[in-house]
Ligand binder design. Structure first.
Ligand SMILES: [Zn+2]
Length: 264
């Protein structure tokens, strides 16, 4: 996970989104008890939070990657990939605890609450979890302030995740209570994250190859070392997949200086 900057809210959220949120608040106020006991459910317009302009803005600011695990998400993005940081329809403190309704419905179309997330992080792991340091302070409707909450889940659009999560090879490790809670909620330390594992294996292989062949004057090896050195040099860039993990690996495994071979 790396810091991202989403920039300005797409217009559709400031116009249709604001109107739709007001409507949800009005509907909720007419029968509050029913929305809390689950006999009625609020409905959401995915044509607003999943509008093409919203997805394009998320795509640009996220470099096409999941906000949480940094996997590259294949296009076109499904609606499921537009993630509500505070869940819109129901919420739970952690997996295994029954979710309560109606969730953070008033933030369904709020730009600050939207991220791009992969299926692994969003659907398979996070779901409707939104852990708080003190769940008794959870805002249960739009009349209460979310500012009173202390979220345990990191928001890469609002803070630098590197202050909370570090990497040991391909495994993220929490270095603060919020880092630990975020890894747990998203399942980021689960071992079956195949693309992430493949990248760390490639970096390890490239590093060893370059170290072994750096001084070999064979022309094919010179070009192969250069090719792998270029990949290695870019793997920690924000636009690259799993860049937080790659940058940590590269910092621990620097390359030898390039050897300049004399030209005949
Ligand atoms: Zn992900």
């Amino acid at each position: 996970m790396i810091r991202i900057d989403k920039g300005e809210a797409p217009n559709v959220l400031l116009t249709q989104g604001v109107d739709a949120a007001k409507e949800l608040c009005s509907v909720y106020d007419k029968d509050q008890a029913a929305y809390h006991n689950g006999t009625k459910r609020l409905t959401f317009n995915d044509g607003i939070y999943g509008h093409q302009s919203v997805r394009d803005a998320l795509d640009r600011s996220h470099h096409g990657k999941c906000a949480f695990c940094e996997v590259h998400i294949p296009k076109p993005y499904a609606l499921a990939h537009v993630e509500h940081w505070r869940p819109k329809g129901s919420v739970t403190q952690e997996k295994g605890i029954k979710a309560s309704t109606p969730g953070y419905y008033w933030l369904a179309y709020c730009w600050d609450n939207l991220l791009l997330a992969c299926h692994f992080c969003n659907s398979s792991n996070k779901g409707v979890q939104f852990p708080l340091a003190d769940p008794t302070r959870r805002a249960s409707n739009h009349h209460q302030l979310v500012a009173a909450e202390a979220p345990m889940l990191l928001n890469p659009d609002a803070e630098d995740p590197s202050e909370h999560i570090e990497f040991v090879e391909e495994i993220p490790r929490g270095i603060s209570p919020r880092g630990i809670a975020t890894i747990k909620a998203l399942g980021l330390d689960r071992l079956e994250h195949t693309p992430r594992d493949a990248l760390i294996a490639k970096l390890r292989s490239d590093h060893d190859f370059i170290a072994r062949n750096n001084a070999d004057p064979h022309p094919e090896l010179i070009s192969e070392v250069a090719r792998r050195r270029e990949f290695y040099g870019q793997a920690g860039d924000p636009a690259s997949p799993f860049s937080a993990m790659a940058a940590a690996f590269i910092a621990r495994n620097p390359l030898p200086d390039p050897v300049i071979f004399p030209v005949d």
